[in-house]
Design a binder for this molecule. Structure first.
Ligand code: F6P
Length: 550
């Protein structure tokens, strides 16, 4: 079976790359005053400007042809239909069902799954309302004031990111905490902030076997019982979110305090499920449902929009253009919004755990790059950390700049409005990355400063900027539950699209198992007082050194 890099579109893109690789975006803009109008997509209040990318009409046409040769539209239909496209786990990837606001039936093995989805949403609504109203109380009759979500990966990153992003919608009466790391500091420092009588623990784990989560859960339970003594108190202070009812009951949480989700929900795609319970408690179920609404909007856009006018598809294909033809293997996500500070780390799991793969669907080693190294930081902080490299480094970093036009906070005045300054930086960065600064321009600037010729000669090369550094700008009106739902879904479908192009399974994660397996072998050696010798010399010495000095 021929692989995508043997396709005619891929070969045409290689030829096209050779023709365009040295073209500077300055010239593309100079030669086409209409460039922005041609290369942006407006979807309601979302504006996606991809004109500051190293593309032409021909580039996009060839990339769309590549998507068609990869049968993207067929795969999209298979995703939405519940086909078990996660074939190594024999599972569907039906996170779209969790936010299927149309409530049209979605059949899995011939059975409509929407009744179960709606049952759990109703359970979340009832419980979150009870916690927020004080009807659901602690064991000693006090209102819940702290909610501690204990989970890791998709059982942590999504809810933590959403609660952080939507803080301005959150109740002031309940503080959400997120404990994930096995490092005892994580839970210890959190418990220092909590009162056992007013703390609710949410044990979020699809498998209910993850070592970090279960260790933290038992420590939380011990902490609670140390103060409240009676086992009976567990039912007031612990709920579980899982697919594994038996393990939940074994821990000591009754199924009445369990919120189920299903194996057709991937961990990194699960914030829309009961894994989002901490979100619903913090911002209220009505706002949580607006988050679902936003994602559902994009599901429809992704399903219905022609590929050239399809936001996730365009982001995905432009990414493929850089990764597979420019050979640029990292991608920066730079949200100019303090609320989206956790968005890059959320996307690291969503993208890198989905597409960090080297074996294709046929079990063959792929002969091309797949998932990029995704990283980022909120602006303007990143400007004072790594923008030196983005502007003048030897690595070109394709970047997504993301920004709401309106802030929830109006602060500053007389030209010092914070948000206007933020917007100015956002736009200036994408412009300067694209334009660069020639040595002639740098020299003229230094001359205007009245510097003498020797200094000008010395400084000019250091003050020039190649430019031609690509970025996509994503703007929307305000960071609301709905716009956040849309933004997240855009990236979910971008990731799916790239996985289709690379012919990989974006929905399993065997790569995370191996390290866990070895950890299970190392742990007993750390506890065994005898000298360890069963590993390589580095591992043996690290274990023995640690044992000696612990
Ligand atoms: O990182 C591996 C992983 O399986 C993720 O895919 C998942 O989100 C995380 O661990 C937590 O898994 P669970 O929700 O089963 O505890």
């Amino acid at each position: 079976m021929s692989t995508i890099n043997k396709s005619s579109s891929w070969k045409a893109l290689n030829n096209h790359f050779e023709k365009i690789k040295l073209t500077h975006m300055r010239d593309l803009f100079d030669n086409d005053g209409d460039r922005f109008n041609k290369y942006h997509i407006q979807y309601e209040d979302f504006l996606v400007d991809f004109s500051k990318n190293r593309i032409t009409d021909e580039t996009l046409d060839l990339l769309v042809s590549l998507a068609k040769e990869a049968k993207l539209e067929d795969w999209r239909d298979r995703l939405f239909s519940g086909e078990k496209i996660n074939f190594t786990e024999n599972r569907s990837a039906l996170h779209i069902a969790l936010r299927n606001r149309s409530n049209k039936p979605i059949l899995l093995d011939g059975k409509d799954i929407m009744p179960n989805v709606n049952k759990v949403l109703a359970q979340m609504k009832s419980f979150s309302n009870d916690v927020r109203s004080g009807k659901a109380q602690g064991y000693t009759g006090k209102k819940i004031k702290s909610v501690v979500n204990i989970g890791i990966g998709g059982s942590d990153l999504g809810p933590a990111m959403v609660c952080d992003a939507l803080k301005s919608y959150g109740t002031k009466d309940i503080i959400p905490h997120f404990v994930s790391n096995i490092d005892g500091a994580d839970i210890a420092q959190t418990l220092e902030l909590c009162d056992p009588e007013t703390t609710l623990f949410i044990i979020a784990s699809k498998t209910f076997t993850t070592q970090e989560t279960m260790t933290n859960a038992y420590s939380a339970r011990s902490w609670l019982l140390k103060y409240l003594k009676n086992q009976e108190s567990i039912k007031n202070h612990f709920v579980a979110i899982s697919t594994n009812e038996a393990a939940v009951e074994k821990f000591g949480i009754s199924k009445d305090n369990m919120f189920e989700f299903w194996d057709w929900v991937g961990g990194r795609y699960s914030l829309w499920s009961a894994i989002g319970l901490s979100i619903a408690i913090f911002i209220g179920m009505e706002k949580f449902e607006q988050l679902l609404d936003g994602a559902h909007d994009i599901d429809n856009h992704f399903k219905d929009a022609p590929l050239h006018e399809n936001i996730p598809v365009m982001l995905a294909l432009i990414g493929v253009w850089y990764i597979n033809f420019f050979k640029l293997n990292t991608h920066a996500v730079l949200p100019y919004d303090q609320g989206l500070s956790l968005f890059p780390s959320y996307l690291q799991q969503a993208d890198m755990e989905s597409n960090g793969k080297f074996i294709d669907r046929n079990g063959e080693k792929i002969q091309y790059h797949s998932g990029p190294i995704l990283w980022g930081e909120s602006g303007t902080n990143g400007q004072h950390a790594f923008y030196q490299l983005i502007h003048q480094g030897t690595e070109v970093i394709p970047s997504d700049f993301i920004m709401p036009i309106h802030s929830h906070y109006s602060i500053g005045n007389n030209g010092n409005e914070h948000h206007k300054i933020l917007i100015a930086n956002f736009i200036a960065q994408t412009q300067s990355l694209m334009m660069g600064k020639t040595d002639k321009e740098a020299r003229a600037e230094l001359k205007n400063q009245g510097l003498d010729e020797n200094i000008i000669k010395t400084l000019t090369p250091h003050k020039t900027f190649e430019g031609n550094r690509p970025s996509t700008s994503i703007l929307f009106d305000k960071l609301t539950p709905k716009s956040l739902g849309r933004l997240i879904a855009i990236y979910e479908h971008k990731i799916f699209t790239q996985g289709v192009i690379w012919n990989i399974n974006s929905f399993d994660q065997w790569g995370v198992e191996y390290g866990k397996q070895i950890a299970k072998l190392v742990l007993p050696k750390l506890i065994d007082p005898n000298e360890t010798s069963g590993f390589d010399s580095s591992t043996n010495n690290l274990i023995n050194y640690t044992k000696k000095n612990i």
